[in-house]
Design a protein around this ligand. Sequence first.
Ligand code: UFG
Length: 335
Amino acid sequence: MSKVLVTGGTGYIGSHTVVELQASGYEVIIADDLSNSKKEVLQGIEKISGILPTFYEIDICNKPAVEALFDQHQIDAIVHFAASKAVGESVEKPLLYYKNNLISLVNLLEIAHGRNASLVFSSSCTVYGEPDKLPVTERSPIKPAISPYGNTKQIGEEIIRDVVEATQIQAISLRYFNPIGAHDSVAIGEYPQGVPNNLVPYLMQVAAGEREQLSVFGDDYSTPDGTCIRDYIHVVDLAKAHVIAVDRLLQSKNDKPYEVFNLGTGKGYSVLELIKTFEQVTGVKLNYAIVDRRAGDIEKVYADTTFANDVLGWKAGKELDEMLLSSWKWQQSLG
Ligand code: UFG
């Protein structure tokens, strides 16, 4: 049984990936410092898979602790989620982001080097900035980062590319579009801490009566209804792509030691379209108001998923209505 270390494995995308890896027969070890997740997620994982993953409460920036973990386990692949991810916070605390997101990556690469472990890296469509052409392919130009968070993803990808070039390490970077939804069992899902930054968690809390009103950030963009367009993808579809990436690395199916894939559905929806779809599928009327634009927002971005579809044999299956019902089911399970 191959062993996979999932850093950030009690987080939102991490926990969904853990259960998919377990379902595919991998033994999963989780390392997470619980800075943005709860230990109870482990029980949620066990409820789905019947397997309680081995858990280490460690910060990946703590190299001796990570080395000790590798001394105890023969790790075949690392799926590296552990990172800080709030765009606004990264503007206020850039060093925190450069430290958390880059030192952890360098540590893992140093440790992986010589131990024959492969790496799957959580990247983001944020690397495309405001694209000149849509949909974005993996060859679309990388734009100067708008936030320190985005910059850590760009630099992270560059570090991996250089290290792969110079060593035997194999790696895949996955550029996520906008993950939403939760596991159908509602045993795991997203737990936003404090006021949610992202659209869907905020919308769900308004719909549940926990918050007064959703602010729609701007309706004067150059899009059909004036609101921003994103490519929303179900978190379980996203998680499944990680299993395929791990399979690919371990079976050395790729003749290229470093590859990058977009993970989206290929379809873009505006904020107002998303709200309308939510209202239609749930019958819940949402209290929202148009307010000023949010600084740093991208007008429209959605993926060309051809490369992932063809090379990984992966395709996101869930449509927006199913995804929103999934988020709503999760939200209701919290109440
Ligand atoms: N939005 C609102 N109201 C809200 C929250 C969001 O109208 O309360 C709008 C935003 O303006 C944007 C859309 O909803 O048009 C989506 O916003 P999110 O914050 O959910 O997602 P973003 O695409 O802005 O950001 C996400 C991740 C970032 C990542 C970025 C690009 O949260 O970490 O995708 O990968 F950098």
